[in-house]
Design a protein around this ligand. Structure first.
Ligand code: VGL
Ligand code: ZN
Length: 215
């Protein structure tokens, strides 16, 4: 039997699973508190979706977002880059390293596409859709449009950075967007989580819990 027949969300919905990678887990290089707790929730949600796309934060070792690549800078400081303000992070999700791998318990075998972002040395990319220069597309919007997707359901890490930016850009690209709050966890740097929820609400991004979506 075709298992897709048992999935409740069909081709017009896409579950976007953002950055569920080892470095964002407790003990990782850029640990998100309780980051590992999203994994079982996402696994359960993913079973209900025909269409799942994953992202991986995927930086070169000399990436501009790493504090270690700026003389005298400490992690979590901000700096100004040609495209605007940039938080300087501990080195994380380096291409090909174990920290950049997806969490080993993430079980989404039917995911169709993995978008790797932040691969340009000079440009960060929190968003799965558009890099931090706000002009370079990743190609995800075109991919989703070609597949007839109308709604993007966002889960993963971190609520206030990559999840929020992706959901906002999904709206900007003309999709409906939802963030599943209990399938995300935040970094929460200087009020970033409250600010993110406010921007999401203003942009018309829905806020749901996994149980609501599955009920
Ligand atoms: C992220 C900071 C730096 C994220 C990625 O996945 O939210 N945050 N790189
Ligand atoms: Zn990053």
């Amino acid at each position: 039997m075709d298992t897709t027949l048992r999935r409740r969300f069909g081709n017009s919905d896409c579950l976007l699973v953002i950055d569920v990678q080892n470095d964002f887990m407790p003990g990782g290089a850029l640990a998100v508190p309780e980051g590992d707790q999203v994994v079982p929730v996402i696994n359960r949600l993913a079973e209900a979706f025909t269409h799942v796309v994953l992202t991986q934060d995927w930086h070169p070792v000399d990436h501009v977002s790493f504090a270690v690549n700026h003389a005298g800078a400490a992690p979590f400081q901000t700096t100004t880059l040609p495209y605007g303000e940039q938080v300087l992070w501990p080195a994380h999700c380096v291409q090909g390293q174990a920290g950049a791998e997806l969490h080993p318990q993430l079980a989404v075998p039917h995911a169709r596409l993995v978008i790797r972002k932040g691969h340009q040395r000079e440009v960060d990319s929190y968003s799965a859709f558009v890099e931090a220069d706000r002009t370079t597309p990743t190609g995800l919007a075109g991919y989703l449009r070609e597949h007839g997707v109308r709604r993007v359901v966002c889960v993963g890490l971190a609520t206030d950075y990559c999840v929020a930016w992706s959901a906002l850009d999904a709206r900007a690209a003309g999709f409906d967007a939802v963030v599943v709050e209990d399938a995300c966890r935040a970094i929460d740097l200087n009020g970033s989580l409250d600010a993110a929820w406010a921007s999401l609400a203003k942009a018309g991004v829905g806020r749901m819990r996994a149980a609501e979506l599955l009920s």
